[in-house]
Each structure stands twice: as structure tokens, then as C-alpha cells.
Design a protein around this ligand. Structure first.
Ligand SMILES: [Zn+2]
Ligand SMILES: [Zn+2]
Length: 164
């Protein structure tokens, strides 16, 4: 029996129930809208999206939906109304999109993960994980990566099931 690993799996379950431990610092995700897919970015400077709506008014339903989906994990003030925005249609769309998380596919992200003892930086890039904790250095997996896999289920490639 791998007691070290069993302990981490248990811890990952507890952490996954407390998503507010996670803070997204950066992310790149594909967002499948009703008609086309777009690439969303979050950087320390803020959000961007390559959809036409963002290009004209600087905000779009994709970003608004992402803010709802990741709510406890974004320690940022949500975007406010932007001049020229069709608020009614954008809010309706964002609410609907936020219920359909399979529209989101993360390409990469970096989060700060507040554990019981220490805070770590955990990152994901195209299916590959990294974490600053010591367990990850020796095992290539840890309670932080496993907790994030649970929290973001369906929005990232699962490590158990290679996508083919
Ligand atoms: Zn957009
Ligand atoms: Zn870790």
C-alpha cells in the first residue's frame, strides 16, 4: 500500500471542497461559444478574448461566464459594465454559458494554492502539471494537482484518460 499517496488523495478531496484555497494568477482557455470558439486569457493586467465583442467593447459573455465558473478562485473585482455593451443579452448568455462548463478547455494556467501548511504555485500546460511542493518533486503528482483535477473536471485533460 502506498500510504503516502493515499494520504494525498484524501487531502486532495478535502481541498477540492474548498476551492477558495486556489487563486488563478494566469490562464489561457478555449471557450466554445454558440457559433465559434475563442481564446481567453487572464494575466495580472486583466482579461482578454479574441472574439469580436471584446475587440469592440473590451468585455464579452465568455469572460463574464468564466468569472462565474471560477468565482471562488478569482480574487479580482468582477468586470463592470462596459460602454456600448448589450447588457441584457450578454448577461443572459454568460449565465447560460456558466452552466455549461464543458464549453471550457484550459490550455494552461498558473494558480497559487493555499495548503494547510504552505502556499504553493501549481501550474498546468497542455496536460502537463507542475507544483512547487516536495511531494510533487518526487512523485510527479500531489494533493494540489489532484484537487485541481477534481475542481476543473471536464475542463482539463484527465491524467487517467489520455485524449485520443
Ligand atoms: Zn469573448
Ligand atoms: Zn503540490
Amino acid at each position: 500500500m502506498d500510504y503516502g499517496m493515499i494520504g494525498k488523495i484524501e487531502k486532495a478531496k478535502l481541498y477540492a471542497a474548498e476551492p477558495e484555497r486556489v487563486t488563478f494568477n494566469t490562464l489561457t482557455a478555449e471557450f466554445r461559444g454558440d457559433n465559434s470558439s475563442y481564446l481567453l486569457h487572464l494575466t495580472p493586467e486583466g482579461w482578454s478574448c479574441n472574439c469580436p465583442g471584446f475587440a469592440t467593447i473590451g468585455l464579452c459573455p465568455h469572460i463574464m461566464a468564466m468569472e462565474k465558473i471560477l468565482k471562488p478562485m478569482l480574487k479580482r473585482v468582477p468586470e463592470q459594465y462596459h460602454r456600448g455593451q448589450n447588457v441584457v443579452s450578454d448577461v443572459e448568455k454568460a449565465m447560460r454559458y456558466a452552466e455549461e462548463t464543458d464549453r471550457v478547455s484550459f490550455r494552461s494556467f498558473e494558480v497559487t494554492f493555499r495548503g494547510d501548511n504552505d502556499t504553493h504555485i501549481t501550474a498546468y500546460t497542455e496536460g502537463a502539471w507542475s507544483c512547487g511542493c516536495t511531494f510533487f518533486q518526487s512523485r510527479g503528482v500531489c494533493c494540489h494537482t489532484m484537487a485541481l483535477e477534481r475542481i476543473l473536471k471536464g475542463m482539463i485533460e484527465s491524467s487517467e484518460q489520455p485524449v485520443g
